[in-house]
Unconditional design. Structure first.
Length: 285
């Protein structure tokens, strides 16, 4: 590396001396942010348009971060240490595409106001919208208990563990709501997804006019009861609770999903010898 040029005093008033600027750092941060947006856009684009994963709105769709930036960056490090996200994940939560979602302005506001949460149900491999606030709002109740447009097989699928953190906050904002939430026996897709976005034949989302087949194994399992939800005493539905078993199941599913492994691959340095790189690869698999 060539030595930096010596600069005479006084320093130029418009910025640092030649060779001492931080343009390289700015470019790196900008490219990381661009990659974050590109990853989320790739995942949440359907039929050629970015869509709110809840309602399907394609106008004024905004990028939403599940676990936001500072001061949550300290929590981000703890999530890595506890294996709630891979240790190889991006250094900042706002740079990790598996921590992002596209939502319309309306649902983005409600998400940040902790009016609803999204829970991943491992036994049916779907992310479910839960109107925990109990509001009868047309922006909340019609979507309650139905699956949103997130594909667990996608390389940029959100980590289900992050939704648990958001869910804990939602529950904290509604301390007088029942700790157990009633859910229908028959969990279906959101209406707009069932209408034109999901191909039941290939069991995959339709992206850019074609099926986005990631070789799902769930088939028609959306119509099946799932063991993570315990039967209510009165029957006629299931109860969704947040307990140690639910968290353990969510973490196990998070570790097994393709996007966890993809994140590990992206964040691993492959500068070692061939033997060392093979060992790294096998450890990830």
């Amino acid at each position: 590396m060539a030595p930096l040029p010596m600069s005479s005093l006084p320093f130029p008033p418009e910025g640092p001396p030649s060779g001492y600027s931080c343009s390289d750092h700015s470019s790196s941060a900008s490219s990381t942010t661009t990659a974050f947006k590109a990853g989320v856009k790739q995942r949440d684009t359907f039929c050629g348009a970015r869509c709110c994963i809840v309602c399907g709105e394609s106008e004024a769709v905004l990028l939403q971060i599940i676990i936001s930036l500072c001061p949550q960056s300290i929590m981000w490090d703890e999530l890595k240490n506890r294996r709630w996200v891979p240790s190889q994940a991006k250094d900042l939560p706002g740079h990790e595409p598996r921590n992002g979602l596209f939502m319309c302005a309306n649902h983005g506001i409600l998400f940040n106001q902790y009016r609803f949460f999204i829970r991943y149900i491992p036994t049916i491999s779907r992310f479910i919208f839960v109107n925990y606030s109990g509001s009868a709002s047309a922006s909340l109740q019609p979507f309650h208990g139905k699956a949103v447009a997130l594909d667990i097989q996608h390389e940029y699928a959100p980590f289900p563990s992050l939704f648990i953190i958001h869910e804990m906050r939602v529950r904290g904002f509604h301390p007088f709501q029942p700790t157990e939430t009633m859910m229908s026996d028959d969990i279906t897709w959101q209406d707009w997804i069932s209408s034109y976005l999901y191909d039941n034949t290939s069991d995959s989302f339709i992206c850019n006019g074609t099926s986005n087949n990631h070789t799902h194994n769930t088939g028609s399992s959306l119509q099946q009861p799932h063991i993570q939800l315990t039967m209510s005493a009165g029957g006629g539905g299931h109860v969704l609770a947040l307990d140690a078993d639910a968290i353990a199941d969510t973490l196990a599913a998070t570790h097994a999903m393709p996007s966890w492994k993809a994140c590990q691959m992206e964040g691993t340095h492959w500068t070692g010898t061939t033997k060392e790189n093979i060992q790294k690869y096998c450890a990830i698999l």
